[in-house]
Design a protein around this ligand. Structure first.
Ligand code: HEC
Length: 302
C-alpha cells in the first residue's frame, strides 16, 4: 500500500515536471530579469538607425534568422530560429530583445562581445522597422556621459595582475564607477581573446584581473589590451592600452617567406617555372585536341 502511494507520488511529480517544462519550452520563456525587461534604447529608432541595423543584421543574423517576413530562416536548426518580424517576437519588450541578443541561449549566440551596445540597439531598430504598431519609449540615458569616463590600466609585475580603474570626471568632481561590468581582452591576429572572466568594479571603481605569464606579445613583449566597462549611468566605454605584459616573441609577419599569406613575389623561382610550364602544357594539349576535333568535323562534313 505504502509503495503504491509512493509510486503514485513519483508519477505525479514527474507528470507535473514534464508539463511544466513543456509549457516553458512552448512559451519559449527567456526568463529575462525584471530590471533588464524594462531597459530602453537611447538610440532613436528611425529610418537611419534601421538601415544601419539592417547592415549589421545581414552580416550577423540573416544566416540563421533569414530576412524578416520572408520565412527563410535556417530550418535545419532545432529550435528553428524564429522570424523576428513574427507577432511572437514583436511582443517582446526592447529590453527583452536586447537581453536575448546580448546573452544568447544554446544555438542563439551571445553578441555581448561581438556587437557594441550601439550596434545591438541599431539591430533592434531594424527588427522593429517592419512593425507598424510599434511605438518606441526612448531611454533618458545620455550616451554623451560616456565621454566623461577615464579608464586606467595598471600592471603589477610582482603579482602579474592588471588593475583597472574606471572614473568619471564630472563637473562636481571625480566619481568612481561602482558595480560596473568590466571585461579585459587582448587583441590577437583574428579578434579578441578574453582575459579571465568579466567582473564588477568595487566601490572605488576598481577591478582586478590575473594576467597569464605566457601570453606572447610582440618583439618587445607588448600586448594591445582592451578594457570594456559597462556602467548603468555612463554606458559602455572601451579603452585600448598597449602594455608590456607578454612574452617577447619574434612572430614572422603573416605574409613572410613560407607563411600562409605569402605572395607570388616571394614564391621560390622553381615553383613558379614548374607551375607555369604545367599550365602551358595543359593549354597546348587542349588546343591540340580542339584542332583534331575541328579536323574530324571537317572530314565528316565532306
Ligand atoms: C547560429 C544561428 C543564429 C544566429 C547567427 C542568430 N540567432 Fe537569434 N536565434 C537562434 C535560435 C536557434 C533561436 C531560438 C533559440 C531558443 O528559443 O532557444 C534564436 C532566437 C532569437 C530571438 C528570440 C526570438 C523569440 O521570439 O523568442 C531573438 C530576438 C534573436 N534570436 C535575435 C537575433 C539577432 C538580432 C541576431 C543577430 C545579431 C541573431 N539572433 C543571430 C539562432 C541564431
Amino acid at each position: 500500500m505504502l509503495k503504491r502511494i509512493i509510486d503514485l507520488r513519483v508519477a505525479l511529480t514527474l507528470a507535473v515536471t514534464i508539463l511544466y517544462c513543456a509549457n516553458d519550452f512552448a512559451a519559449n520563456n527567456w526568463n529575462v530579469p525584471v530590471d533588464k525587461k524594462t531597459k530602453n534604447s537611447y538610440i532613436k529608432f528611425d529610418a537611419a538607425s534601421a538601415s544601419q541595423g539592417e547592415a549589421i543584421y545581414n552580416k550577423n543574423c540573416a544566416s540563421c534568422h533569414g530576412n524578416p517576413g520572408k520565412g527563410n530562416s535556417l530550418k535545419s536548426l532545432s529550435p528553428v530560429p524564429p522570424d523576428l518580424s513574427s507577432a511572437k517576437t514583436q511582443e517582446l519588450t526592447d529590453g527583452e530583445l536586447f537581453y536575448i541578443l546580448s546573452t544568447g541561449r544554446m544555438i542563439m549566440p551571445s553578441f555581448k562581445n561581438v556587437l557594441s551596445e550601439d550596434e545591438r540597439w541599431r539591430v533592434i531598430s531594424f527588427i522593429r522597422s517592419s512593425n507598424k504598431s510599434y511605438v518606441q519609449t526612448l531611454s533618458k540615458f545620455d550616451p554623451n556621459k560616456s565621454k566623461l569616463v577615464k579608464i586606467n590600466l595598471n600592471f603589477d609585475p610582482a603579482t602579474h595582475n592588471i588593475r583597472i580603474l574606471a572614473i568619471a570626471n564630472e563637473k562636481s568632481g571625480v566619481v568612481a564607477l561602482k558595480d560596473a561590468e568590466v571585461a579585459l581582452f587582448a587583441i590577437r591576429y583574428f579578434g579578441r581573446l578574453q582575459i579571465g572572466k568579466s567582473t564588477k568594479t568595487d566601490k572605488d571603481g576598481m577591478a582586478n584581473f590575473k594576467f597569464s605569464k605566457d601570453l606572447p606579445g610582440d618583439k618587445a613583449g607588448i600586448v594591445e589590451l582592451v578594457a570594456k566597462v559597462n556602467d548603468e549611468n555612463y554606458g559602455e566605454i572601451e579603452s585600448v592600452t598597449k602594455m608590456k605584459v607578454g612574452i617577447p616573441t619574434d612572430k614572422p609577419a603573416l605574409n613572410k617567406d613560407r607563411a600562409i599569406w605569402n605572395v607570388l613575389a616571394k614564391a621560390p623561382i622553381w615553383i613558379i617555372v614548374l607551375y607555369s610550364f604545367g599550365v602551358l602544357v595543359f593549354v597546348l594539349v587542349l588546343l591540340y585536341l580542339l584542332n583534331n576535333l575541328r579536323k574530324l568535323k571537317k572530314t565528316g562534313d565532306n
